[in-house]
Design a protein around this ligand. Structure first.
Ligand SMILES: C[S@@+](CC[C@H](N)C(=O)[O-])C[C@H]1O[C@@H](n2cnc3c(N)ncnc32)[C@H](O)[C@@H]1O
Length: 316
């Protein structure tokens, strides 16, 4: 199964790769971005994370010709600092993340990510993890399900769907994606079912985000990435929905703003602490017309990039 990398050239161009630099790809997938990044390295090295073991196995083959320039790590990018520290690395020249699920994960009926295939409720990116979609759907209390569907799926009918899930699972466990789709369809008002787009899309997105703690990982991963950047090092992040983009936008804004100073303090400009980062993209980079026609996944993609300008007190 193929995965077409999104915003490939834009991301690697904006990372400003130094041939002798140390880089991190937090979301290796099938290694599309990694391969292009490595092609810019001479003596440099890439540390590549994925929490999906299958992705690492496939990438090991895809990157076999450049194996000396890359280290593959099976872990969440939220543990980047600890994993790199074990390998003697405490600063890096660039860190990229291309968030979400890859096409091979989404299109593999066995993984239970998609409402288009009937499969056991799973949705784990890391198959060694115990929490899966089955447990969320069958064990979470109604209030918790409602919160997740509302916050992570932005689903207007969150409580209707949550109540229908609880009612159905009282009779027997909800085992499969298609059973869940039927319950969602049964809970939604008729007018919702006539709208464009799949009626289960928001619920599936919400459960997937909860299974993989995607927003928690992103917040922690960004802190780690920005904390490790060398001066003139950059962090590039591609997001696929507004919840992720909001986290990246706000974190980058916070890091690139000068620390607040009480206006009454008698400081001259040279005494004021400057921000340690600057935004490289004030507005997110989106896919070109050409990419939009070729790759459906690129429609919701947004790329944001930030650069460290100084290693000071502020944010490390
Ligand atoms: C969109 S794909 C990346 C595709 C890749 N850039 C390419 O060009 O082939 C996202 C990948 O990141 C992984 N992933 C998502 N969140 C992760 C996290 N917090 N830590 C490690 N891997 C993660 C997923 O398992 C998936 O393989």
């Amino acid at each position: 199964m193929e995965h077409t990398s999104v915003l490939l050239n834009e991301t690697i161009d904006l990372l400003n790769v130094k041939p002798d630099g140390i880089y991190v790809d937090g979301t290796l997938g099938r290694g599309g971005h990694a391969k292009l990044l490595i092609s810019k390295l001479t003596t440099g090295h890439l540390y590549a994370f994925d929490k999906d073991e299958q992705a690492l196995r496939e990438s090991e083959v895809n990157l076999s010709e450049v194996a000396d320039k890359v280290t593959l790590i099976h872990n969440d990018f939220r543990s980047a600092q600890e994993e790199l520290c074990k390998r003697g690395i405490d600063h890096v020249d660039g860190f990229m993340m291309d968030l979400g699920v890859s096409s091979p994960q989404f299109d593999d009926p066995q993984r239970g990510f998609s409402y288009r295939y009937d499969a056991r409720l799973d949705m784990r990116m890391d198959q060694s993890q115990t929490l899966d979609a089955y447990q969320i759907v069958n064990r979470y209390p109604a209030a918790e399900l409602t919160r997740i569907l509302r916050e992570y799926g932005e689903e207007r009918y969150a409580s209707l769907i949550a109540r229908a899930i609880v009612k159905n699972r009282a009779e027997r466990p909800i085992e499969t994606t298609f059973e869940l789709v039927d319950i969602i369809k049964g809970a939604l008002p008729e007018k919702e079912l006539r709208k464009k787009g799949h009626p289960a899309k928001k619920t599936f997105q919400a459960i997937r985000i909860e299974v993989n703690d995607e927003l928690g990982a992103l917040k922690q991963g960004l802190e780690q990435a920005l904390g490790m950047l060398n001066e003139s090092g950059r962090c590039a992040v591609i997001t696929f929905h507004s919840l992720e983009d909001r986290i990246v936008k706000n974190t980058f804004k916070d890091y690139s703003s000068a620390p607040f100073v009480e206006p009454k303090l008698p400081l001259v400009a040279s005494q004021m602490e400057q921000a340690s980062f600057r935004l490289i993209t004030r507005k997110p980079v989106v896919a070109s017309e050409g990419e939009l026609t070729e790759n459906n996944r690129s429609h919701s993609a947004k790329l944001r990039v930030i650069e460290r300008i100084a290693r000071g007190e502020n944010h490390g």
